[in-house]
Every structure is written in C-alpha cells, then in structure tokens.
Design a protein. Structure first.
Length: 424
C-alpha cells in the first residue's frame, strides 16, 4: 500500500480535484491511502468563524459560514452534473451543524472549540473528493481519521498515542482494502479517547501521511505539491534554485528544523523509524521524478541548501548587575520565554549577554521587554533576516552576504547561520 497526500492547493477548486482523479488513474489497481487537506484557504476562513463565535458576533459568524458554503457548493456544482448525489446532503448537514454551534455558549477552552470547527475543512473536502472519485469510476471508500488517529487532550496540537493509533488502523482501516483500492481520509485530524476531535497543528496533513504509513507499514509516502520536488531554496528569496533529487531522512529533518517549508517537521521521524521512503512530487507534472527522501546520505552534500527567515527580531539580555550569564540565568530566561510561548530561531551567549532571535510576527516586543525588565537590561534589533546554509562553502557565503551587514554568525562543519540586515 502507498500513501498519497494532497494539500490545499491540489484540491483548491474543481479543476484541481479533477487533476487528483487523473493522478490516481496512473495507479489503477494499486492499494492507496489518500489524505486530503481542506480546499484552498478554507482553514483560514474557519479560523475567522471560530473568532467570530468567541466574540459572539452572529452577523460576522453567519457571513463567513455563508461564504464558505457558497465556495464548496460552487466547486460541487462544477464537479457533479446532478444534485441527487448523497454528498450534497452530507455537505448540507455539516453546514447546518456549524450554524447551530453559534447557539451554544462558547466554551472556556478556546482550543477545544477551534478543533471542533476548523476540522470541518478536511471533513468537507474529503467527502467531496471521495464522491467525485467514485463518480469517475475509482474503487474508493471514505474513511474517518477522527476515529483512527488517537491523541491526548492537547487541542490544536494533539500528541499521537502511537500504540492505540496503530491498533485502530490495523483493525479498522487495513481490512477495508479487501473491498476497495483507495481509502480517502483527512489530514490534520485525530480524536481523544472520549471521541472529541483534535487537530495535529497547522500544516499537519503531512504528519498524518507519516502516521498512516508507519501504522500500516506502507511501501512509500508521496506528497503532491505545486513544485517539482524539494528545492535547495525558496524561489521567493533565491534565484536559480536546484531540485534535490535525493536526500537522507537526517538531512530532511535538519532542513525542516531550520525552517524549510516543503515538509512538516514531524513527518519524517515515523518514516525514518521504519525506512519508508518519502517522495515529493509535482501534481502539475505527476510523471516527473521529484525528490526522494530515504536512508542513504550519499547525495546530501552535493548541493548547498538555503533557508531564509525574514522579518526577524534579535533580543539581547544582560544582567543589571553585570554578573556573568550562568546556568541559573539561562534557566530563568528560558522559563520566562516559555510563559509567552516564544519560539527561538537562534540563540547565543557570551560572558555578559544572552541573545535570541524570534519571528517578529509572533512576538510583542514591549511584552518581552516588560517580562525581563525586573532583572535584565534588554536591547533589540528588528528588520533582520536569518539565513541558514547547509553544506556551505565560501562562494555560497559570499553570495548571500553581498551588500549585507552581519550581526551574528554561527558555523559548524556542515551548517552556517547568519543574522543579517541590508547595508546602508
């Protein structure tokens, strides 16, 4: 069995859904687990619906729901020639229940309500795509990830119970392949032991593919993207990108850790544990080779990879009595940062200073200053960029630092990281 994952861009409209059907036709007769994300920007719209519900703004809530309803109905109108298909009733039922949720008090636990509402994007897309595939003659069955992937109660960022999940997939999911070739299910979703829906974190559909592959002992995983494979840099920030034909699991984890956006960081580990290869291929050119991520690292060093993080802010903390930064200070600093859920992109310490780099969009500068002002002097620089280069040489360093001032740099044998700003 193979696992295929199609993201939001690959099911964003009727034409994209037809393209998915065409890709699956290339694998006729094979056993496939197909995982789909919400259509287009549906997740963003559902987040707005959650926020309107929390604010008790019925007008905005219903307007967003109506927009989302029209969006999905228009796609179905292009996919299905008649409205007698059962999928119309299913979609109507989902939206009716969504509208009814406004009549209930908003729960104290925001993350709980977030998961119950935002999860509907994947439920809607999976029903629509499965119905279309069935109409096109595919041997397909719809499967509910909310009854297969077991998590804890950490809503919006569910942690997988691997033992129970493997048991559920082996007992409830695998046997269905005796009756069908394709099982289509949702990315991003799980459930608690009471049956409440959880989500696995934004962009978690890749992770879902890894979970199913691990628990079902799949032959391979393929993530279908609008790029030809994994590139050595984001084309938005870098000219003349190169496709990486083959890299190791270790290299992929390193790139994901540093911020490469093609693969969700949690996806790789379960595949590495069982040696299941991961392919990144183009849904625009499905017969092209793409990139394979597997155990061997023999090709890792052949092409330097560049990861850019823009709009960064660098904070430096100095003790007010100018004492050394020691372990006790570091523990205190990390504890304070954890309180505001700060995600550190880079850190460095000297005798008297400790510096951290954060995404500007995810931090309130004044809040950080106030958080530390009792014990530390705080300085910051914003408008910075962080560049990480894997398998660097002097030529690559010269290329990315041209017309830049370097505020901080770190180098190991394989990785260089530089905090920079435009010169002048």
């Amino acid at each position: 069995m193979k696992v295929f994952k199609f993201g939001g861009a690959s099911v964003k409209d009727a034409s994209a859904v037809r393209n998915v059907s065409g890709i699956l036709s290339l694998f006729e007769g094979e056993k496939l687990t197909v995982i789909v994300s919400a259509m287009g920007k549906t997740t963003n719209k559902l987040e707005e619906i959650v926020n309107a519900s929390q604010k008790r703004d019925r007008k905005i809530f219903m307007a967003h729901v109506d927009d989302l309803y029209s969006f999905h109905m228009n796609i179905m109108g292009e996919l299905f020639t008649e409205k007698h298909f059962a999928v119309y009733n299913k979609v109507e039922e989902i939206f009716e229940k969504l509208r009814d949720r406004f009549n209930d008090p908003f729960p104290d636990n925001y993350s709980f309500e977030y998961d119950q509402i935002v999860s509907l994007g994947e439920v809607l897309s999976s029903h629509i795509v499965a119905a279309f595939l069935f109409e096109q003659g595919h041997s397909v069955a719809w499967a509910d990830a909310r009854k297969l992937i077991r998590t804890n109660h950490q809503y919006q960022e569910g942690n997988v119970d691997w033992i129970k999940t493997e048991e559920l997939i082996q007992s409830r999911f695998i046997p269905e392949f005796e009756r069908t070739d394709i099982q289509l299910t949702q990315g991003f979703l799980g459930h608690t032991d009471e049956g409440f829906t959880t989500t696995l974190g934004r962009e978690g559909s890749d992770y879902t593919a890894g979970i199913f592959a691990y628990c079902a002992n799949a032959e391979s995983v393929t993530i279908w993207k609008d790029v030809p494979g994994m590139l050595n840099a984001d084309p938005k920030w870098f000219d003349n990108t190169i496709k990486l034909d083959s890299i190791s699991f270790k290299e992929a984890i390193e790139l994901a850790y540093y911020g490469a956006s093609v693969i969700h960081p949690k996806t790789i580990k379960p595949l590495q544990n069982k040696g299941i290869p991961l392919y990144v291929k183009s849904f625009i050119d499905p017969k092209a080779d793409g990139t394979v991520i597997q155990s061997s690292g023999e090709h890792d060093h052949l092409v330097p990879s560049f990861i850019f993080k823009m709009d960064q802010v660098l904070f430096s903390f100095t003790t007010k009595d100018f004492s050394f930064i020691v372990e006790e200070n570091l523990s205190d600093i990390f504890d304070r940062l954890a309180r505001v859920n700060a995600k550190i992109n880079l850190m460095q310490n000297s005798a008297l200073d400790f510096s951290i780099l954060l995404d500007r969009s995810k931090v309130n500068i004044q809040k950080i200053i106030d958080l530390f002002s009792d014990s530390y002097a705080v300085k910051y620089n914003e408008g910075l960029e962080l560049v990480t280069i894997r398998h660097y040489d002097q030529a690559t360093l010269d290329r990315v630092t041209e017309n830049k001032d370097i505020l901080l740099q770190q180098k190991s044998r394989q990785t260089a990281r530089l905090i920079m700003k435009d010169r002048g």
